[in-house]
Design a protein around this ligand. Sequence first.
Ligand code: AMP
Ligand code: ZN
Length: 134
Amino acid sequence: MCVFCKIINNEIPCYKVYEDDQVIAFLDISQVTHGHTLVVPKKHYENIFVLDEAIAGELYKAVVKVSNILKKGLNLTDLNIINNNGPVAGQTVNHYHIHLVPRYSDDGVSFFIPPKEVNHDKLANLLEQILNNQ
Ligand code: AMP
Ligand code: ZN
């Protein structure tokens, strides 16, 4: 059983921020920033590609709720929402989860996506490739 399933089954402890029928949120054991929290469906889905769409809806409702719990509890103004799928993308726990990472001006963290040169021909070809392979 995966580590998050063990938390959900009360086999190992967590610092629970929020829970409802389908979703649990708890503090990440390794706090990237103060208040770093994971929002997790109670049912085990490995990644976004197999996540049930109805569960995804419930999960994102909880993301909004937990974001506001953190905002109020920690007097936040800024927050990154991150989800890693697959090892190349940095996924280390194979139970789908969403990171809520509160941001502070001096936190030293960066999720900056650098802008690249715009090329409309490449964009058109890329879109054709994506849509033709459905
Ligand atoms: P990811 O790398 O996106 O798969 O994120 C997995 C996250 O789970 C990491 O940030 C870990 O610190 C966190 N984590 C692993 N084990 C636990 C645990 N027992 N309780 C809370 N968070 C955990
Ligand atoms: Zn699991």
